[in-house]
Structures are given as C-alpha cells and as structure tokens.
Design a protein. Structure first.
Length: 249
C-alpha cells in the first residue's frame, strides 16, 4: 500500500476542489423538498460543476451514468438519479465529488424531505455523529483502525450497524487512492497517519443488519432487510497536530 503525502501545492489545490464540492452539496441539498425529481438535482450538480470550471467525477466513472449519487431511504449508496419524485418523510443522501484542476473533493450529507419520522431523524443525526467520532480519531501517529473503532463503538451504543461492504479512501489526483478507511473494528495493520495524508471518512449506518445487496443496475446498493440507511462524508487532511476538514465552504 502506497499512501501519498500531499505537497503544500497539492494541499491548496485540494482545498479548492473540496470547497467547490461542499458548496455544490449545500446548494443541491437546498433543492430537497416534496415533489422534486432526483433528475432535477442531478442536472443542477452537472451544470453548476461545469460552470465552475470543474468536472462531476461520478459521471462515466466505471460506467456510472449520472453526475451525482443520490440515495433515498433504504438505499445505502450509489443511488442513480432518475425520475423518482421525493415524498414527504423521505431521507436523502447526496454524494458529490468535484474534480477541479486535476484534484478531487468528496463529500456527502443527509437531507430530510419535509417532516420525517422520529426513527428517520434519529438515524440521520447518528450518521453525522458517527462520522465526527471517526474524524475525532484522526491525528499524526494514530492508526487507521482507530477510525473504525470509534465509529463502531458509537453505533453499538446507538443500536445501529455499520456497513462493511464500502469504506472511506484516499483522495487526490485519483478519485479513489490508498488507503482504504474501514468504518468498523478491524485488525488491519495499516500504516500510521502522517501529516499531509488526505482521505475520506464516510460511514454508512443501518437501522437493521449491516448487510447490503446490489440491484440489477449494478450500482444501487440497498439494505438487505429494507431498513433505513444513512451516511455522511468529509474529506480530511492530517495536520501536524490533528486534522483539517477540507470539505467546508
């Protein structure tokens, strides 16, 4: 495994790409309301990204057909935007990756469609807290396994399971780089974190089993038992004394 240490120039370019991704995500989230079709959000992300001199990284990535991933309710990840209309009570993950000047910014967040159930609100809040618990473990000298331990410890307390089929990842010139960032307890003897490493923390948590299945389109992953799923994601830089969240405006 080769984890690249980013140079100061690369870090600054990453900051710009991540800021654009964060702004795109915020604006896309502002569109979430009853009656809006997922395709409308995809078109906005596509157009806004190009207007800002960037490219929506999911588009044509390994054959993915749209510019953003949108996952609703029991969809865990990689939901393909289509003509589906959002309904009151839905919860939605929007996952944006912007490639600007050759560097990628990657982030996602949960959005509520109108008034949602207590169950849906609770898992959305827990997904954000799980991500922040994982981010809190980021510092020079820490092991990447510390991230998964912090996340799963919290989810165990809250009664949620952590998806094991997908993980965080390094990011930079590549959409997906080393290392893999597992969000559950593991014994992987991965290298310790060092200043200049950049990667995502993006736990997916389920109300029921952690197991998922992929639909016939080859992309859309849903909970095996049909229960709700939620995810939040930031791109992180390891600094000399901790971390910097890059995907903020």
């Amino acid at each position: 495994m080769k984890i690249r240490i980013k140079t100061p120039v690369e870090i600054e370019r990453m900051r710009k790409a991540c800021r654009l991704a964060a702004e795109t995500l915020r604006r896309a989230g502002e569109m979430v309301r009853p009656g809006v079709a997922l395709d409308e959000i995809d078109r906005f992300v596509h157009d806004f990204t190009f207007e800002n001199g960037a490219y929506p990284a999911p588009l044509n990535y390994a054959g993915f057909p749209k510019s953003v991933c949108i996952s609703v309710n029991e969809v865990v990840t990689h939901g393909i935007p289509d003509g589906r209309v959002l309904r009151e009570g839905d919860v939605v993950n929007i996952d944006v990756t912007s490639r600007l000047d050759g560097y990628h910014g990657d982030c996602s967040a949960m959005f509520r469609v109108g008034k949602v159930s207590e169950k849906a609100e609770r898992i959305c809040r827990a997904a954000r807290e799980a991500m922040m618990r994982g981010i809190g473990a980021v510092r020079p000298g820490a092991r990447f396994s510390d991230i998964g331990e912090a996340i799963e410890d919290y989810c165990d307390e809250m009664g949620y399971s952590v998806v094991r089929d997908y993980c965080g990842h390094g990011v930079g010139r590549g959409f997906h780089e080393d290392p893999l960032v597992l969000h559950y307890r593991n014994d992987e003897r991965l290298p310790r974190m060092q200043p200049g490493m950049i990667f995502t923390v993006e736990p997916m948590i389920n109300a029921g089993t952690w197991k998922v299945k992929t639909l016939a389109d080859g992309w859309t992953a849903v909970t095996e038992d049909g229960e709700l799923s939620a995810q939040e994601e930031h791109t992180l830089l390891v600094t000399r004394d901790g971390y910097e969240i890059l995907t903020v405006e």
